[in-house]
Design a protein around this ligand. Structure first.
Ligand SMILES: NC(=O)c1ccc[n+]([C@@H]2O[C@H](COP(=O)([O-])OP(=O)(O)OC[C@H]3O[C@@H](n4cnc5c(N)ncnc54)[C@H](O)[C@@H]3O)[C@@H](O)[C@H]2O)c1
Ligand SMILES: [Zn+2]
Ligand SMILES: [Zn+2]
Length: 345
């Protein structure tokens, strides 16, 4: 089969690869129909994710059809259409019993990281019963691809952890796919204001179409002052960090209102300062989270019933044979205006 393989920092290729086989009774083999590229895949290609070693097939998102199941799989059979979660979870360990699937002792974020992933014709999914979701008849598979990672991430790590409530004010720093997913799902709770902050005017224009009440381009270094002015000096109840660099976390700390919450989503590769000398008396909370994908069934219903239009996030489409071109497009989002790219296997 064809597979996109990480070959070490800066090196990648579409290669001929052996088809995966069932290695444990809980496994399923899924024939991929659609997959996509995540910002985290770019982090891996740069060499930022040491757990992902050269030779690994990348990808942790996608939809497909069950090709084979192990003897212990009871929820799925050959031919079923399935949504793949970016998080594999046994459902039985102490973390899974707390619905903290991201920390499953025999799972978590392993797909396209410590085991081969979805940017291929076939993928092996461990703990299939608890890591796959049935695709309802007639559902839009491209839209559902947004449910493997970005929608649950924006919702769980940003909106739920950030305690977004009716009438509150929210700022989301980072208007990439994850920030936009937080923007879409924050609107379940009818916040009064959602301010989106980014360096890219195109992405801010997208954010306004997706429901942002205002946008701030932070390139001039004056975003904190702009947000304080917009909120009459109060700051925001929820500040969601959706970039993963020190400057954007520190911006969240500057604009959070007394009693508010900073919900960090971004993957941080370098040290970030926490200015407790400014924050100690402000009654704030800071949350971090690796997405658990426990909200996937609920989000699936909201996508199916068009409460959110996940397809809005899709800007480009490629075939698996063109995946190198797809990575070029995704990696140069400022020029290509790419958000999510569908790759058809
Ligand atoms: N916690 C989790 O479970 C989880 C899951 C998936 C992704 N992530 C992380 O979420 C983050 C966002 O993911 P994405 O796919 O949307 O990334 P992305 O790179 O596509 O988007 C990031 C956005 O931030 C903007 N940006 C960069 N520097 C900025 C700055 N200094 N000020 C303001 N804006 C700035 C960029 O213009 C871009 O629009 C990444 O760090 C990713 O690794 C976390
Ligand atoms: Zn991802
Ligand atoms: Zn577990």
């Amino acid at each position: 089969m064809q597979a996109f393989v990480y070959l070490g920092p800066g090196k990648k290729a579409l290669q001929e690869h052996a088809k995966p086989e069932i290695t444990s009774p809980g496994d399923a083999i899924v024939k991929i129909t659609k997959t996509t590229i995540c910002g985290t895949d770019l982090h891996i290609l740069k060499g930022d994710v040491p757990s992902c070693q050269p030779g690994r097939i990348l990808g942790h998102e996608g939809v497909g059809v069950i090709d084979a199941v192990g003897s212990a799989v009871t929820a799925f059979k050959v031919g079923d259409k399935v949504l793949i979660s970016c998080i594999s979870a046994c459902g039985k360990c102490a973390y899974c019993r707390k619905l903290m699937y991201s920390h499953c002792t025999t799972g978590g974020w392993i797909l396209g990281n410590t085991i081969d992933g979805t940017q291929a014709e076939y993928v092996r999914i461990p703990h299939a019963d608890n890591s796959l979701y049935p695709i309802p008849a007639g559902a839009d598979e491209e839209a559902l691809t947004m449910l493997s990672d970005i929608l649950p991430t924006g919702f769980e790590c940003g909106v739920l952890n950030g305690k977004v409530q009716p009438g509150c004010t929210v700022a989301i720093v980072g208007s990439g796919p994850i920030g936009l997913a937080a923007l879409l799902t924050a609107q379940f709770y009818s916040p009064a204001e959602i301010i989106m902050i980014d360096l890219d005017d195109n992405r801010l224009a997208v954010a306004r179409r997706f429901g942002a009440t205002s946008t701030v381009n932070s390139a001039d270094g004056k975003a904190a002052a702009a947000v304080m002015k917009m909120t009459e000096g109060r700051g925001v109840d929820t500040a969601i960090e959706a970039v993963g660099v020190a400057a954007t976390f520190e911006l969240c700390a500057q604009i959070v209102a007394p009693g508010g919450t900073i919900a960090n989503i971004g993957v941080h590769g370098t040290k970030v300062d926490l200015h407790l000398e400014n924050l100690w008396d402000r009654n704030i909370s800071i949350t971090t989270r690796l997405v658990d994908t426990v909200s996937t069934p609920m989000l699936l219903n909201t996508v199916r019933s068009h409460k959110i239009d996940a397809k809005l996030l899709i800007t480009h489409r490629f075939k698996l044979a063109q995946i190198l071109e797809a990575y070029e497009t995704f990696g140069h989002a400022a020029e290509s205006r790419a958000l999510k790219i569908i790759i058809e296997a």
